[in-house]
Design a protein around this ligand. Structure first.
Ligand code: DSN
Length: 427
């Protein structure tokens, strides 16, 4: 029991060392990634990983859960306070599990769901045929408009009236603009659907008050906790004023959700991650988180403007949140080529389809770029200008390994000026 990781398993230890260096010396621009605080990391790596705690605080199926109750109650209370929610379930292991639990709480297999098409910025769990959501339910999709690349609410309403979905899902993984939550709720009400909003990407912006909140509009709001919210990799489900909707007083949406998460979808909660969620939610309640959230958006706007200035087409013309989709194919570059070239230059992004893409997802016509992680490291507008220029140069010189290596050196220099974890130096 007393061996260090390096002694017990040198192979895993070496991979961890390399990953540590990669995270410290690169520019992490994947829109869904972030860096947790050392406090969150400590909780996530804590001995709560040893504990089984099936059930909920005060109603567990195992003994010895008194401290698990403490951290779960802290996480629930902080989530409710942060988002102004009536009910919170902090046990979902991931965003996918949160969505699976939300749907299963209100609909049956075979029922129709309506979500944003994945290739228009949606998410696998919003009905894609390869996901549980497209296999278990009957998926239908709305899209963005071809001219504006904004959500087509008229089309959504038309499809909802025709297909009568039981659940309408908002949110996605590559939509750079604001959502009309009220319009979606009106459409859901018109057809008697439950409105589920998946705010995984924007949760931190909502928490920081720089993005409108879906909570007052959606029956159920789901999220991950690791993206803009800057917590551990995990999920969370929230209910607003519709907490008590149900055919019988005791059949509230909140209660259905709790049953749906456990024992419906999951067994024991990952208590180390629940503890880490409590810490992250506590951090997001502090005033400085508002400053952080505002800076994410400011940085994204500057970076998008810089790339536009360099001649790239930004899908929908810009961004209102933490991410942008860059149409690199307009310049004859595949998203996959762009991802590779930027990777060589020390800038991590992901290839991404753009609306009405003519290329398949593994090639794609776009790249998705986000600012949450580098904002956590303290980068602001001036650094975004520099990063924008590097991205443009790396894409221009994508077949020139020497040029990409030179950018990588400059990138590492910048990254080292914005240190991540102090313990890196001790290694
Ligand atoms: N995979 C996440 C993302 O990158 O957006 C969504 O689950």
């Amino acid at each position: 029991m007393s061996l260090t990781l390096a002694q017990a398993d040198p192979d895993v230890a070496a991979a961890l060392d390399h990953e540590t260096l990669r995270q410290h010396e690169g520019l992490e621009m994947i829109a869904s990634e972030n860096f947790v605080s050392e406090a969150v990391l400590e909780a996530a790596g804590s001995i709560f990983t040893n504990k089984y705690a099936e059930g909920y605080p005060g109603r567990r199926y195992y003994g010895g859960c008194e401290f698990s109750d403490v951290v779960e109650n802290l996480a629930r209370d902080r989530a409710k306070q942060l988002f102004g929610a009536e009910h919170a379930n902090v046990q979902p292991h991931s965003g996918s599990q949160a969505n699976a639990s939300a749907y299963a709480a209100v609909i049956q297999p075979g029922d129709t769901i309506l979500g944003l098409d994945l290739s228009h910025g949606g998410h696998l769990t919003h009905g894609h045929k390869l996901s549980f959501s497209g296999k278990l339910y009957r998926p239908t999709f709305y899209t963005v408009r071809r001219d504006t690349e904004l959500i087509d609410y008229d089309q959504m309403e038309e499809i909802a009236e025709r297909e009568r979905p039981k659940v309408i899902i908002g949110g996605g993984s590559a939509y750079p603009r604001l959502w009309d939550f009220a319009r979606m709720r009106a459409i859901a009400d018109k057809v008697g659907a439950t409105y589920v909003f998946d705010m995984a990407h924007i949760a931190g912006l909502v928490a920081g008050g720089v993005h409108p909140s879906p909570i007052p509009h959606a029956h159920i709001t789901t999220t991950t906790t690791h993206k803009t919210l800057r917590g551990p990799r995990a999920g969370l489900i929230l209910c607003g004023k519709d907490y008590s909707v149900g055919p019988k007083p005791e059949q509230t949406i909140g209660k259905e959700i709790d049953r749906s998460v456990f024992p419906g979808q999951q067994g024991g909660p990952l208590m180390h991650i629940v503890a880490a969620k409590a810490v992250a939610l506590g951090e997001a309640l502090r005033p400085e988180f508002k400053t952080y959230a505002a800076q994410i958006v400011a940085n994204a706007k500057v970076l998008a403007a810089e790339l536009k200035e360099a001649g790239f087409r930004i899908v929908s013309g810009g961004t209102d949140n933490h991410l942008m989709l860059v149409d690199v194919f307009e310049k004859g570059i595949l998203g996959s080529e762009a991802e590779l070239a930027l990777g060589k230059a020390g800038i991590t992004v992901n290839k991404n389809t753009i609306p009405y893409d003519v290329n398949p997802p593994m090639k794609a016509s776009g790249i998705r770029i986000g600012t949450p992680a580098m904002t956590t490291r303290g980068m602001k507008e001036p650094e975004m200008v520099v990063i924008g220029a590097w991205i443009a140069k790396a894409l221009d010189r994508r077949n020139d390994d020497a040029a990409l290596e030179q950018i990588r050196k400059e990138v590492a220099e910048l990254a080292n000026r914005f240190p991540l974890y102090a313990w890196r130096r001790a290694q």
